[in-house]
Ligand binder design. Structure first.
Ligand code: PLP
Length: 490
């Protein structure tokens, strides 16, 4: 596994700021002087997240200035297909004026009020709407500003819930290898990516890691539900009386869209119930239609005790997250002098709640969940059709959340070492995909992958564009790796 953690180091590759309109239709460019000013100020003042900023010394920062539907435009007016929904976020697509109008109307009516001991109409209405859409008895909604805060809140609530019920030693949180659950110190204890954790150790105590569901890399004779059973082993090893919760994504992002085996979540639910451990479904990516359902847990037919969500709840037009708790989890906090002593100033911001309500209305009105279910086969079929390219080892995922794993030798499923992966992903792939007008994720925090998560409005036209770029770029990547292999054999 390579140590790098950047999202997509586009700027390191040559030509990441190709001439306006080099590929596909272009839009209005920012005036030359302004584009130069933006570059200068970005390099001088902006601290980009998960970014090797040194790589921008001699390359431009990719600056995205405008979006419309499935497309975004850089400061030169060049158009890109946003195959990543701006980091799994913009579910309804870019440029929706009605979301901006909802924000403006709310800011005029009530710009801000807090949810600390007070309520306001939009938070109340959104909580009721989310509860209506959420599965089972998940009726109590605690708003946050984003996904890490939602995960922090779920873990703290799990501890507080057990303490209220007389089990104060239950504090541990079980998560899966390579999973990403956020970067704040609590969430980071659940995030199981070594390069993200090690620089910040010691971490919050209590994070426990178990295997994930990446069956592409399992021995063939392994039991289908081996990874689920490994959770029980870990709980028993830790001592069930110390374990508060298990946190799992419906489809795991880190490592590249690991889907669950049939019956996996049912087995995990049984294990949790057997040991009095809560099940948290982290749906920061996998809700709001991403997997073709309002919530990813519906797709796999399990009922968690809590759901964490963010990103697509507002299609990221403004920041918002939520932790949704079952009635049984909220119950100890609804009586007497008991309080869940936890909160964030901006949790349930009225402008964010107004945008979320408008966003949910768009998803419903345009039947985007049904659209994803009707079109996921075409997206997947297109990606499967790339399997003839030698470097394409595996294709996996669900809904509009799919990944291709890249391998050095398909028959042996041999992966790249960290130097090769660096060369392949940062030296070639990410820059070349971007240069050809496709934004997607290249990632080697596990084995190297290319990941796609387009806006939910995407359809066959966008899939064709994605295929054309991926086929050309992955074929060239294959030839390059073949050349390295023959050089190293020589
Ligand atoms: C599953 C999951 N949980 C938590 C987070 C953290 O969310 P945020 O970046 O909004 O804090 C993410 C972010 O991508 C995520 O994918």
């Amino acid at each position: 596994m390579a140590a790098s953690t950047e999202l997509n180091d586009t700027a390191r590759a040559e030509g990441s700021t190709a001439a306006p309109g080099a590929q596909g239709p272009s839009g209005p460019a920012v005036a030359g002087a302004d584009a130069g000013r933006l570059q200068r100020l970005a390099k001088r003042n902006l601290w980009m997240h998960f970014t090797r900023m040194g790589s921008y010394e001699d390359h431009d920062v990719p600056v995205i200035v405008r979006g419309e539907g499935c497309y975004v435009y850089d400061e030169h007016g060049k158009r890109y297909l946003d195959g990543l929904s701006a980091l799994y976020c913009v579910n309804v697509g870019h440029g929706r004026a009605e979301l901006g109008e909802a924000a403006a109307a709310q800011a005029r009516e009530l710009g801000f009020y807090t949810n600390w001991s007070y309520a306001h109409p939009r938070a109340i209405e959104l909580a009721a709407r989310v509860a209506e859409l959420a599965p089972g008895n998940l009726n109590r909604v605690f708003f946050t500003s984003g996904g890490s805060e939602a995960v922090e809140s779920a873990w703290k609530l799990a501890k507080a819930y057990h303490a209220e019920r007389g089990e104060p030693r239950r504090h541990k949180l079980v998560s899966r290898n390579l999973a990403y659950h956020g970067t704040s110190m609590g969430a980071l204890a659940a995030t199981a990516l070594t390069p993200l954790r090690v620089p910040f150790e010691p971490l919050t105590p209590g994070g426990v890691q178990v295997p994930n569901t990446n069956s592409y890399r399992w021995q063939e004779d392994r039991d289908e539900l081996w990874a689920a059973d490994a959770i029980e082993e870990a709980i028993e090893f830790q001592g069930p009386e110390t374990v508060a919760a298990v946190i799992l994504e419906p489809v795991q992002n880190g490592g590249g869209c690991f889907v669950p085996q049939d019956g996996y979540f049912q087995r995990v639910r049984e294990i949790c119930d057997r040991h009095g451990v809560l099940l948290i479904s982290d749906e920061v990516i996998c809700s709001w239609g991403r997997l073709g359902y309002w919530f990813g847990s519906e797709r796999y037919d399990y009922l968690p005790d809590m759901i964490t969500t963010a990103k697509g709840i507002t299609s990221a037009y403004v920041p918002l997250g939520a932790m949704i708790a079952g009635d049984h989890i909220a119950e100890p906090f609804l009586q007497g002098k008991v309080a869940f002593n936890h909160g964030f100033t901006f949790g349930g911001h009225p402008v964010a709640c107004a945008v979320a309500l408008a966003n949910i209305e768009v998803i419903e009105r345009e039947e985007l969940c049904a659209h994803v279910l009707a079109n996921e086969g075409a997206l997947r079929g297109m990606l499967e059709s790339l399997r003839d390219i030698p470097i394409v080892g595996d294709v996996r995922g669900a809904g509009y959340f799919q990944a291709i794993e890249l391998v050095k030798d398909k028959a042996r499923k041999e992966t790249f070492d960290s130097r090769e992966s660096e060369e392949l992903l940062r030296g070639f792939l990410s820059g070349e995909l971007y240069r050809r007008g496709l934004i997607c994720r290249t990632d080697d925090r596990g084995d190297p992958i290319v990941q796609l998560s387009p806006p939910l409005i995407a359809g066959p036209e966008q899939f064709e564009e994605i295929e054309a770029v991926l086929r050309a770029v992955l074929s060239e990547a294959s030839e390059r790796t073949e050349r390295w292999s023959s050089l190293s054999r020589a």
